[in-house]
Design a protein around this ligand. Structure first.
Ligand code: NAP
Length: 248
C-alpha cells in the first residue's frame, strides 16, 4: 500500500545516510521528493535520478539549512516547482564532538546553527504555505542523545534537546491549523559512516541494545512515513524513539 501517494515532501540532508533512506522510502510510497544537500552534489544528482526512475517527481537542491535566506529561497523554489508542501523533514545535521574542555566556541556555534537554527529557518519558511493549505506534517530529527545527554557531545545534545522544545512549541502554536509537528529520536543507526568504525566497538554497541542490532535508515524512514501520512492525523507534539529500545 502506498501511504504517501501524491504528497510533496521536502527533506533536508538527503544526499546520504538517513535522509537518503527517507527519500527512497518516501518515493516507494508515492511521494514527490525535494531534498537538499550541502556539498555532495554527485550523490545528490544520482539519487534524484534514481527517485525519478520510480515514477515520482524528484529534485536535489544545494541549500545550506543553517542559512535563513537560503531556507526561504529553497521553500519558494519548491512551492513554485511542486505546487505545495505536505511534509517537511528536517533531517540535516552534523557533529563536532569534544569534551567541554576542548570544545571551541566555533564548534559549539556551528552545531547549534546547522542542527537547531536550521529547524527555525525551515519551519519559518514553510509556515506560510502550511497555513494557507491548512495542513502539513513537520518531522524533526532529534537523537536519543537529546533526551539523555552524552559526555563529549554537549553541543550536539543541546541542539537535539532544543529541537524537542521547539517542536513541542510548534505543535501548540500550529495545531489549530491542522499543522502537526513531531520528533523522531534515533538511537544508533548504521550508515556508510559507521562502516568505517572499528567492528569490535560497533558490535559492543549492538550488544547493549535490547533488540541486539543497530538501526537502518529504513527503520527511521518507516517512522517518517507514518508521521507524514494520514495514519498519524491525530498525533502531534510527540517524540518517537526509534532506537531498538536503547532509551526505555
Ligand atoms: P550523515 O550521513 O552525516 O548525513 C548528513 C546529511 O545532512 C547529508 O546529506 C549532508 O549533506 C546534510 N547536511 C549537512 N550539513 C548541512 C547543511 N548545513 N545544510 C544542508 N544539509 C546539510 O548523517 P546521518 O547519520 O544520516 O544523520 C541524519 C540526521 O539524523 C542528523 O540530524 C543526525 O543528527 C540524526 N541522527 C543520526 C544518528 C545516527 O546514528 N546516524 C543517530 C541519531 C540522530 P552533504 O552530503 O552534502 O554533506
Amino acid at each position: 500500500m502506498k501511504l504517501l501517494e501524491g504528497k510533496n515532501a521536502i527533506i533536508t540532508g538527503g544526499s546520504r545516510g538517513i535522509g537518503k533512506g527517507i527519500a527512497q522510502v518516501f518515493a516507494q510510497h508515492g511521494a514527490n521528493v525535494a531534498f537538499t544537500y550541502n556539498s555532495s552534489a554527485e550523490s545528490a544528482e544520482a539519487l534524484a535520478k534514481e527517485l525519478s526512475g520510480m515514477g515520482v517527481k524528484a529534485k536535489a537542491y544545494k541549500s545550506n539549512a543553517a542559512s535563513f535566506s537560503e531556507a526561504q529561497e529553497l521553500v519558494d523554489e519548491v512551492v513554485k516547482e511542486f505546487g505545495s508542501i505536505d511534509i517537511l523533514v528536517n533531517n540535516a545535521g552534523i557533529t563536532k564532538d569534544n569534551l567541554l574542555m576542548r570544545m571551541s566556541e566555533e564548534d559549539f556555534d556551528r552545531v547549534i546553527e546547522v542542527n537547531l537554527k536550521s529547524i527555525f529557518n525551515m519551519t519559518k519558511a514553510a509556515q506560510r504555505t502550511f497555513l494557507k493549505q491548512r495542513s502539513g506534517s513537520i518531522i524533526n530529527m532529534s537523537s536519543v542523545v537529546g533526551v539523555t545527554g552524552n559526555a563529549g557531545q554537549a553541543n550536539y545534545a543541546a541542539s537535539k534537546a532544543g529541537i524537542i522544545g521547539f517542536s513541542k512549541s510548534m505543535a501548540q502554536e500550529l495545531g489549530s491549523r491542522n499543522i502537526r509537528t513531531n520528533v523522531i529520536a534515533p538511537g544508533f543507526i548504521e550508515t556508510e559512516m559507521t562502516e568505517k568504525l572499528d567492528e569490535k566497538t560497533v558490535q559492543g554497541w549492538r550488544d547493549a541494545i535490547p533488540l541486539k542490532r543497530g538501526g537502518s535508515p529504513e527503520d527511521i524512514a518507516n517512522a517518517c512515513v507514518f508521521l507524514g501520512s494520514d495514519l498519524s492525523s491525530y498525533i502531534t507534539g510527540q517524540i518517537i524513539h526509534v532506537d531498538g529500545g536503547m532509551h526505555t
